[in-house]
Design a protein around this ligand. Structure first.
Ligand code: NAD
Length: 506
């Protein structure tokens, strides 16, 4: 593997003392009643990064009760959009101010490269600003054509208490895709970050307080899916669950929430295809494919983990991707040159390797990689850039989420074949098409089953554009005004004008 671009350990300092995280309940930072704590070590360096209070039923119930009281009191729900926007804008400014601290902890807990963490925190601040604009511009409808004596109003109201449950791969960005939109709508919230990456959500809690958010409007409980997330999904005082994470847990949450018929919004996994036609700009496609598979070490719902390439150009394109893969810097996340960092846990690293070994045993070929990386001076887990060719649709690597830096290459003959392969997975998060022919791009875009389609590009994202999945990639949308609508309920008000109602009783 010496022909790869590897970044050894830097001497960048890691904080000597771990970050201490407590629950934020009704405006107070508290430890768990039973005194339980859990720790997170850097997946790249092995150092202890954080100690967090480990929540249980008592903390979760207290947080839900605080959010319920804050919502029912009405001060937040009925505050003006202008007042809510002022707080959201202040939070965005505070994120900018505290950027270095957030970036460092995010990098150390997740293993992602520090340059990428910076971009994510900047992107998150932008989302708080965008949601502030939505808070001031949201409105319902009026119906003035129901007859001379009737006026109809459609009010948009906050849905109530929302549970926000987030994963470990983009901790600060994903909570920022949910929380500012929920707050803009006038909801109150209970937040649970992943047990792997709790600390930047705790920092955010401090920023919310500093920005003047009233006590109880946002509560944070640290801990595991069971019992914290599970109770947040079943409790009768919660009106909605917004979850980002695996499809398996999403299904469990959906089933658990059905007991109380609470609304559920799910952002789940993906097995995202990029289809490359022979007339495509192969250099541009190869670069985007390389980005799509190695970004965040492939631990990304939008990972472009399977390419479906026309058989006439498959070899040429694969060669280009392999050559580019060797140039991507893998290594110490704290080095600003690194583009791919560590894998989140040893268990996950073993799972990634298992998919690769299974594919090779079933007849696939390794064009590159297929093994862990041993990096000088590092005490964590890293997986090498991996390109697997000769993948067939029945192999698990072709249809399941590997969530690692592992690209599967499949081939097609014509458009029908390409569409059928692209739509063969149970997921439907995102898809891409590469061709210089706009008709090919549009035909593919219309027929592929995905929430987002990129044509001649990959993984661009904008606060203005909705994001979410179809099929088993989820339900509901984040971002854009759709992201706000998720947290709003519709109320119809019908008003009679004057004394015109004919009596029902003769
Ligand atoms: P995960 O499903 O294991 O955990 C996500 C969160 O759910 C964590 O906070 C966890 O503690 C909690 N949880 C676990 N069990 C629970 C339960 N029974 N009830 C309630 N909460 C529970 O996911 P992960 O491993 O943290 O993240 C990776 C997954 O997230 C991948 O599948 C990825 O595709 C998906 N993801 C999707 C998007 C998207 O926008 N579609 C974005 C990022 C990640």
């Amino acid at each position: 593997m010496t022909d790869l671009t590897l970044i050894p350990a830097t001497n960048a300092p890691i904080p000597a003392e771990p970050f201490i995280g407590k629950h934020l309940i009704d405006g107070a930072w508290v430890e768990s009643a039973d005194g339980a704590w859990f720790e997170r070590h850097s997946p790249a360096h092995g150092d202890l990064i954080s100690r967090s209070a480990q929540g249980g039923v008592a903390e979760t119930e207290a947080a839900i009760a605080a959010a319920r009281r804050a919502f029912d009191a009405g001060d937040w729900a009925f505050s003006s959009g202008a007042d809510r926007a002022k707080i959201l804008l202040k939070v965005a400014d505070l994120i900018d101010e505290k950027r270095d601290q957030i970036v460092l902890i995010e990098t150390l807990e997740s293993g992602k490269p520090i340059s990428q963490a910076k971009a994510e925190i900047d992107g998150a601040a932008d989302l708080w600003r965008y949601a502030a604009a939505l808070a001031r511009t949201m409105h319902g409808d009026s119906h003035n054509s129901l007859g001379p004596d009737m006026l109809g109003l459609v009010l948009k109201e906050p849905i109530g208490v929302v549970s926000l449950i987030t994963p470990w791969n983009f901790p600060f960005l994903i909570i920022s895709q949910k929380l500012p939109f929920a707050l803009a709508a006038g909801c109150t919230a209970v937040v649970k970050p992943s047990e792997m990456t709790p600390s930047t959500t705790v920092i955010l809690g401090g920023l919310l307080q500093e920005a003047g958010l009233p006590a109880g409007v946002v509560n944070i409980v640290l801990g595991h899916g069971d019992p914290v997330g599970a109770l947040m999904s079943t409790h009768a005082d919660v009106d909605m669950v917004s979850f980002t994470g695996s499809t398996g847990v999403g299904k469990r949450i959906s089933a658990a929430a059905s007991e109380t018929l609470k609304k559920v919004s799910l952002e789940l996994g993906g097995k995202n295809p990029q289809v490359i036609f022979p007339d495509a700009d192969l250099d541009a496609a190869a670069d985007a494919i390389t980005f799509g598979i190695y970004f965040n070490a492939g631990e990304c719902c939008n990972s472009g983990s399977r390419i479906i390439v026309h058989e006439d150009i498959a070899e040429a394109l694969t060669e280009k991707v392999v050559a580019l893969s060797r140039r991507v810097p893998f290594g110490d996340p704290l080095d600003s040159k690194t583009q791919v960092g560590a894998i989140i846990s040893p268990e996950h690293q073993a799972k990634i390797d298992g998919y690769v070994k299974q594919a090779v045993a079933a007849g696939a070929t390794l064009a590159l990689g297929g093994a862990a990386l041993d990096l000088e001076g590092m005490d964590g887990q890293f997986y090498g850039p991996t390109v697997v060719t000769g993948v067939t649709p029945e192999m698990p690597i072709a249809s399941e989420e590997v969530f690692g830096p592992v690209l599967s290459v499949l081939t097609f003959r014509d458009m029908e074949d390409a569409i059928s392969l692209a739509n063969s997975a149970s997921y439907g998060l995102s898809a891409g098409v590469w061709s210089r022919d706009v008709h090919i791009c549009l035909t593919f875009s219309r027929r592929v089953q995905a929430g987002t389609v990129w044509t001649n590009t990959w993984m661009d994202g904008f606060a203005e554009l909705p994001f979410g999945g179809v099929k088993q990639s989820g339900q509901g949308r984040e971002l854009g005004h759709y992201g706000l609508e998720e947290f709003l309920e519709v109320k119809t008000v019908q008003m009679r004008i004057g004394d015109t109602r004919a009596p029902w009783v003769a």
